[in-house]
Design a protein around this ligand. Structure first.
Ligand SMILES: [Cu+2]
Length: 513
């Protein structure tokens, strides 16, 4: 195989640029600029590739909410591998524009991100290229073709016209109906300054990353933030539990310790960039009505930052493989939670190309990605992308979390108490939502953490979703003593996109090992 292509962090490319070595970052921006200019019918165009993830929808899921109209896999065991090949696909398109160019990752757990937020080349409106200021293609994408949301129950929620430009927190991008357009116009009018908006975005991302104090005596204030979750997912005991939130929930219910799925911190970044305030902030800093494209799977792939986020998610996947001895081989536990294509409502329903209730295995096709572009049947499978260096010819520069933290190494086997929250009816909430849990002990309220649930806008119309609407979430209680746990009254709060919270939120809790 030819020399390995190295994917650097965006910050590394920026540092080289600032020191006068401008070519690597310029090449990336140039290639990105070019795929955005390609006709939306060209297979290398950003419109086609960004559109594989969610909208524009295809297949049965274009109208039937029991299916998913995009190709992406979430809430199931194909989540890491599908997105791995997705990164390869956009890298191939970029290469067709500028030979040799590699994807880059937003190192979301680096010291720089923890200090400064999102790398500036992803948030500046313009970029100087070849003596001109061009519209920065990493900042937003302007739709070259309308995308229609014809899913029953969505009522055009995610329909967007030609010329629509993707937005992030604190802005809203819902323009599917006259009413939504008016709401969005009024909302966005309060945020006219892009520089100020980027500040708000970075503040929100930083708050999500760092988390909040769990208890006044907690030695690790970053616990439950995205940072902590990324770190904790690296000690997941096997691929199945590591790969997605559905499998991890089943694993946590049946096994000791608290395993974090790679998908969990991934979800949080989507919500942080797309429009959710960090949980546990009270009313301070609350910006209701922010509906950025990254916040929902329908539109996330159309915001270029998606790819820099997912490149980092793929780096974490590789890091988990390297640190746990899974670079040559890993398995999917047959029949485990998270192995059904339908898997509703925790998953999204069968993606384009999948059948209902199909069992997902290492050999399942990762539609629509082809190993040989000339052979329409040569679909990638998870087995084809286990070792990124040997099979895909790429690797990552050593970014953050490369040095394994030993204090987390044995967490999966450690006997710690955890809180299981269940019986929440997701039918009550519109779109994605966040569950926060609290323990009230002797009159004092302690924040236990949160869990993001990426959900569809309206599950009422989804027949398969109706059959099992329960949501399950797990919270680590290792910071509380046995006595405190006994005395605790556990409470749950929900943040969602709908207009009002249901009056009587029903849920159940239990403390398990
Ligand atoms: Cu994603």
């Amino acid at each position: 195989m030819a020399q390995l292509k190295v994917r650097y962090s965006v910050r590394e490319l920026q540092d080289r640029y600032d020191r006068g070595d401008k070519k690597p970052l310029e090449d990336l921006v140039r290639a990105w600029h070019k795929i955005c200019l390609l006709s939306p019918d060209d297979l290398n165009s950003f419109f086609v590739i960004g559109g594989y993830h969610g909208e524009p929808f295809a297949g049965q899921g274009a109208t039937d909410p029991s299916y998913w109209g995009g190709y992406c896999n979430h809430g199931n065991v194909l989540f890491p591998t599908w997105h791995r090949v997705y990164m390869l696909r956009i890298e191939q398109a970029l290469n067709a524009m500028v030979p040799g160019v590699a994807m880059a990752y937003w190192d979301e757990t680096s010291d720089e991100t923890l200090r400064l937020g999102i790398p500036k080349v992803l948030t500046s409106k313009t970029f100087p290229l070849d003596g001109q200021q061009i519209k920065n293609p990493l900042y937003s994408y302007v739709l070259q073709k309308q995308v229609n949301d014809a899913v029953q129950g969505d009522e055009n929620r995610y329909t967007k016209p030609v010329g629509y430009e993707t937005v992030r927190y604190p802005l809203s991008g819902l323009v599917g109906t006259a009413e939504a357009r008016e709401e969005t116009r009024a909302h966005n009018a309060d945020f006219p300054d892009p520089v100020k908006n980027t500040e708000l975005l970075n503040q929100n991302v930083l708050a999500w990353l760092k988390g909040k104090d769990v208890s006044p005596t907690d030695p690790n204030p970053s616990k439950f933030g995205i940072y902590w979750q990324f770190e904790n997912c690296l000690s997941a005991p096997n691929y199945t539990a590591f790969s997605n939130t559905t499998s991890a929930a089943a694993w946590n219910k049946a096994n000791k310790g608290l395993t974090t799925a790679l998908e969990a911190p991934h979800n949080d970044v989507h919500l942080a960039v797309g429009g959710f305030d960090v949980p546990n902030q009270g009313q301070a800093g609350q910006i209701p009505g922010a509906n950025g494209d990254m916040g929902e799977n329908n539109t996330a792939g159309l915001d270029p930052i998606f790819f820099f986020h997912h490149c980092n998610v793929d780096r974490m996947f590789w890091l988990w493989q390297v640190q746990n001895g899974y670079t040559e081989h890993f398995d999917i536990i047959p029949g485990y939670a998270g192995t059904s294509s339908s898997n509703l409502p925790a998953g999204q329903g069968p993606a384009v190309g999948q059948h209902a209730d199909e069992e997902l295995t290492m050999d399942s096709h990762l539609y629509p990605f082809l190993k040989d572009p000339g052979d329409p049947h040569s679909f990638f499978s998870s087995r084809d992308c286990i070792n990124i260096e040997k099979q895909l010819g790429v690797t990552y520069s050593p970014g953050s979390l490369v040095a394994k933290k030993l204090r987390f190494a044995s967490l999966a086997e450690k006997s710690v108490k955890k809180l299981r929250v269940y019986g929440i009816n997701r039918d009550l909430f519109s779109g994605s939502f966040v569950i926060s849990a609290y323990a009230v002990i002797h009159g004092k309220r302690h924040f236990l953490g949160y869990q993001s649930i990426l959900s569809r806008w309206n599950v009422k119309h989804c027949q398969n979703c109706q059959t099992h609407l329960g949501v399950e979430a797990f919270f680590d209680l290792s910071d509380l003593s046995e006595e405190e746990i006994k005395a605790a009254d556990f409470q749950v709060e929900i943040q969602h996109r709908g207009s009002a919270l249901p009056k009587a939120l029903q849920y159940q809790t239990e403390v398990i090992d």
